[in-house]
Write a new protein. Structure first.
Length: 255
């Protein structure tokens, strides 16, 4: 925890000092960008070397998906599976596609929202229909999730049941908006028989708010955000890991 906190503090200080400079770039004429020190780029060889070289390679590859015919289907599939079992949130691919084509950011956000909500409905169905066997014990399907899917434990399910009984709609909203693994919310909602209409309303509201916020930022400030990401990709990568690990730590704390 101390390591995560120190990394977060270090990244925040650097990002805070650089944010104003990067946002200003969206209001500058294109010819002036190359003259500003914070917009200078490095060579491909330099970017692909060192500790974070692989991060730059992945970023460039994922950004290229924005112009590929399978980029949007890949986003929908990732959003769908993340709502059921996949550990990586779809925000990663969503932002990469938005960087590649900022003017299609709102379309990408819509695709991501639909994929996530439909996946959430499937997750609800898994919890409602497949979680227990005929004898009332955990099914083999449930045992697989407990064994292999991060965040699924008996304690977490019991705690989730208490939260649903107290907060129902708002419990799903929080899970849909925060780094808490959404798959845990979708399946446990089915297990504890949260009203399906309430669940779907909360899913649509939370996931649309989260993904359309990302899409809107890239739609209106795409050039500045791209320059910001290009320069501070290493720091942002660390922040992403901190948030991802933090989400699972929250699940562990709930248990």
């Amino acid at each position: 925890m101390k390591l995560l906190c120190s990394l977060s503090q270090h990244c925040f200080l650097q990002l805070n000092s650089a944010f104003k400079l990067e946002v200003v770039s969206c209001f500058l004429p294109p010819q002036s960008l190359n003259k500003t020190p914070f917009m200078q780029t490095t060579t491909e060889k330099d970017r692909y070397s060192g500790l974070f070289g692989w991060v730059h390679r992945i970023k460039d590859w994922v950004e290229s998906l924005a112009t590929k015919p399978y980029g949007v289907p890949a986003l929908a599939l990732l959003a769908f599976t993340e709502s059921i079992f996949f550990p990586i949130p779809p925000d990663v691919l969503l932002m990469a596609l938005c960087v590649g084509l900022p003017k299609r950011s709102l379309w990408f956000a819509l695709v991501c929202t639909i994929g996530s909500v439909v996946g959430g409905a499937f997750g609800y169905g898994i919890g409602h229909f497949l979680w227990y066997d005929a004898a009332g014990g955990f099914s083999g399907f449930a045992q697989f999730f407990f064994t292999h899917i991060p965040g699924f434990t008996n304690e977490v399910f019991n705690r989730a049941g208490e939260l649903y009984r107290q907060y129902d709609f708002w419990a799903v909203m929080v899970a849909g908006l925060t780094p808490v693994p959404y798959k845990v919310a979708t399946i446990t909602a089915g297990v504890f028989e949260l009203n399906f209409v309430v669940f779907m309303l909360a899913s649509v509201a939370s996931r649309a708010l989260r993904f359309f916020l990302i899409g809107a930022l890239f739609y209106f400030f795409g050039r500045a955000i791209k320059a910001f990401i290009d320069k501070y990709l290493e720091i942002l990568s660390v922040l992403f890991v901190v948030l991802l690990v933090g989400g699972f730590l929250v699940i562990r704390w709930l248990s």
